[in-house]
Design a protein around this ligand. Structure first.
Ligand code: EPZ
Length: 416
């Protein structure tokens, strides 16, 4: 299982380079199924979720070859339409292959994606889009079977700007007959990255980053392309908080400041000094910082994936902060663990009230999911004494060498 042990109190100093974005590479990997031509993905982050998605592709017949950080992918030999249930249960983002499989083969069978600790996470909006494009969907015995003789373009209005639903419908639409319009589409940067990748393959997608996306269906797509996804904005935010919570100073390289504007604004509001340039951010923490209120919202609002990390930071702020989690129904599992470390937090439904304390104390705590795990590491960096974080496999799903990067910045941290 693995544990992280961190002794708090060290200021982080130095510079860190951000890896490729987990939430960009996962849909791009799924989109490879649409192409018949081999392609290469560069600077792919070494993340467990990437390894899982690669296994999903291989289970469908895609040949994948890792060469250093370049992933060579040959999707010409796809021979089955069923994703193994074990892989679906391991990572719900495996459902992102549905759109591409329907687009290319007109058929896909997956086991119903389990919810996870942060919420039920249904895919009803994904299926609504597929149905609008002419797909017959059957849900039985815990499986979802989708079949479409030939997908046709449609107008789809998403009740909620779901990231996954937007991505899945985009992928299904690139070879449908006619034009598909997605309204109330998600506007996350990862959607723009997927659009850029699909267009490089020869698709015709426009509007990503706004709330209406238009896809004109093509006969076939696929070119010998090489592609590199955007840097990870949530890893960027996590390191910004690491500098802020330890009162250190950190240069964050290979990042896109526009992708973390909401986080920059909130940290500045709390009193953190932040300078941004085109591809880097300099963060200088202060000995004390002020409480701030946070509402998580779809992009460009404050990202839910940074909510746990900010809660650790605000546990030590001067004053009382209110955090409202509007995206997921159960994303406060880190509250109990932070309270074990001395945080003063009260949760009522989707709102947590954090009364800043003067210090946190090291404790044995448990990561419940990826970002909660990151939040506990951040709290440990600032806590008095030693913190042991269990459930480290959650962290390995979405952070490339978090412990190594923190240690290179002066943190007293290791894995056992
Ligand atoms: C993506 O998940 C990210 N994952 C999540 O990051 C991120 O938290 C989330 O977007 C929101 O930004 C990947 O990109 C792989 P949604 P996704 O569909 O696509 C509800 C991390 O830590 N919903 O925008 O699953 C859903 O239940 C992960 O990196 C429906 O009701 O998010 C949730 O409450 C965690 N029906 C809300 O919408 C649907 O059909 C947001 O979900 C789809 C979603």
């Amino acid at each position: 299982m693995g544990k992280i042990v961190v002794s708090g109190g060290k200021k982080l100093e130095g510079e860190v380079t951000i890896s490729g974005a987990k939430n960009a590479i996962l849909p791009v990997l799924a989109a490879c199924l649409l192409s018949k031509r081999p392609l290469a993905l560069e600077r792919v982050p070494n993340l467990d979720d990437v390894f899982t998605m690669v296994r999903v592709l291989e289970s469908l017949g895609v040949r994948v070859n890792w060469k250093a950080q370049v992933l060579e992918i040959d999707p010409s030999g796809v021979y089955t339409d069923e994703v193994p249930p074990s892989l679906m249960q391991k990572m719900r983002a495996s459902s992102l292959v549905m759109g591409a499989m329907l687009g290319r083969f007109g058929k896909v069978r997956i086991s119903s994606p389990g919810g996870c600790v942060i919420g039920s996470r249904p895919i009803d909006l994904h299926l609504k889009g597929f149905r609008a494009m002419g797909t017959a969907i059957r849900e039985r015995h815990g499986f979802i079977e989708a079949e479409a003789k030939k997908l046709h373009g449609a107008e789809v209005h998403l009740d909620f700007p779901s990231v996954g639903a937007t991505e899945n419908i985009m992928m299904a639409a690139v070879m449908a007959q006619g034009t598909t319009i997605i309204r109330n589409a998600a506007r996350e940067p990862e959607i723009i990255d997927l659009q850029n990748f699909l267009n490089k393959l020869g698709a015709k997608v426009k509007g990503a980053g706004l709330n209406i996306i238009r896809i004109d269906g093509m006969q076939a797509i696929g070119r010998d392309v090489a592609y590199q996804v955007i840097p990870d904005r949530i890893e960027t935010g996590t390191f910004m908080v690491a500098a802020a919570i330890t009162g250190g100073s950190l240069l964050i390289k290979n990042t896109i400041p526009e992708h973390v504007e909401a986080v920059v604004a909130k940290l500045r509001e709390a009193g953190v000094k932040i300078e941004v340039e085109s591809d880097r951010i300099f963060v200088r923490g202060t000995p004390m910082w002020k409480a701030v209120d946070i509402q998580t919202l779809p992009f460009p609002g404050f990202p839910t994936d940074m909510q746990p990390q900010m809660m650790s930071f605000l546990s030590l702020a001067q004053g009382t902060s209110v955090i409202t989690e509007n995206i997921f129904e159960n994303r406060f599992r880190h509250v109990g663990e932070l309270r074990k470390m001395g945080a003063n937090i009260r949760t009522e439904g989707r709102t947590s009230i954090i009364r800043g304390v003067s210090q946190l104390s090291g404790s044995v705590v448990e990561a419940s999911d990826l970002r909660a795990g990151a939040a506990l590491v951040l709290a440990g960096l600032a806590a008095e004494g030693t913190t042991v974080i269990e459930g480290v496999y959650h962290i390995d799903r979405g952070y490339e060498d978090l412990v190594g990067k923190l240690r290179s910045l002066g943190a007293d941290i290791g894995r056992v």
